[in-house]
Design a protein around this ligand. Structure first.
Ligand code: ATP
Length: 247
């Protein structure tokens, strides 16, 4: 029997500015508690797919014009981003988008803005984030002074503060040194296992992404070209040649 999907994207088309067709029938399934990665070259439509799910598409004059997106069985295509955050989907944007003139702690508190539970639960979760990312606790200045890797950690930590069911991660490896990439991916894997958070991960770094993912989809020119379990993709000759760079 197929695993229960938390998120199903069914044959969606996405159009920007009423005329620019960017996604041409994209389907993907994200089972509960798994890490699924969406890979592909620049401009393939990976970020657009994430924005279609999170509702942020509308802020760029984009729209899902065909197909459906269901989360926990309910239609969410073209709903507003606040509605989607309330349902438990949280997107960590490419380029991080932390608030630079606030401290780490203030950024983390911002992440909890949709929660109705009290201060004690939120303080508890701040400790949990510091536990995953001990370095954030030591940095007491403005977040704008954090290194790229630390800002990425803060962006993920802030997402955790929303107690999401699902995190959409857009290129967490961008701008990080190989060592930090390893560290951030290790934490992504841990989050999924320890907290049961379902993750949809967009990456250019296919090698790292396939290490942590359970399933992968490969996208080109607004379409899914290939999909499969991690091992199938790692052993696929085309994937090896075009995405894993030979060795
Ligand atoms: P990258 O890794 O470079 O971010 P991507 O796979 O995430 O690539 P998208 O950012 O989704 O790709 O872009 C897919 C296509 O949609 C590109 O051709 C891009 O030019 C176009 N596009 C993206 N955003 C907009 C927008 N706001 N308005 C019009 N076209 C857009």
């Amino acid at each position: 029997a197929p695993e229960e999907s938390l998120l199903s994207v069914n044959n969606i088309e996405v159009v920007y500015d009423d005329v620019i067709l960017v996604l041409r029938g994209v389907s993907l399934e994200v089972p509960k508690g798994k890490v699924v990665t969406l890979l592909g070259p620049n401009g393939a439509g990976k970020s657009t797919t994430l924005k279609a799910i999170s509702g942020l598409l509308a802020t760029e004059d984009g729209e899902v014009t065909r197909g459906s997106i269901t989360f926990e069985g309910e239609e969410i295509a073209n709903k507003n981003p606040e509605d989607i955050v309330r349902r438990g989907i949280f997107q960590v944007m490419e380029g991080r988008r932390i608030v630079e003139d606030m401290t780490c702690l203030e950024n983390l508190r911002l992440g909890a803005f949709t929660r109705r539970d009290g201060g004690a639960a939120i303080r508890n979760d701040i400790d949990m984030v510091y536990n995953y990312f001990p370095r954030l606790k030591e940095r007491t200045g403005m977040a704008g002074y954090l290194s790229g890797g630390e800002q990425q950690m803060l962006a993920i930590g802030r997402a955790l503060m929303a107690r999401p069911k699902m995190i959409l991660l857009d290129e967490p490896s961008m701008g990080l040194s190989p060592l930090l990439v390893k560290e951030v991916f290790g934490i992504i894997e841990q989050l999924c296992h320890d907290l049961g958070i379902t993750i949809l991960l967009v990456e250019q770094n296919a090698r790292m992404a396939l290490k942590v993912a359970d399933f992968g989809y490969i996208m080109e020119s607004g379409k899914i070209m290939l999909d499969g379990a991690k091992e199938d993709l790692i052993n696929n000759e085309d994937v090896k040649e075009f995405y894993l760079g030979g060795d």
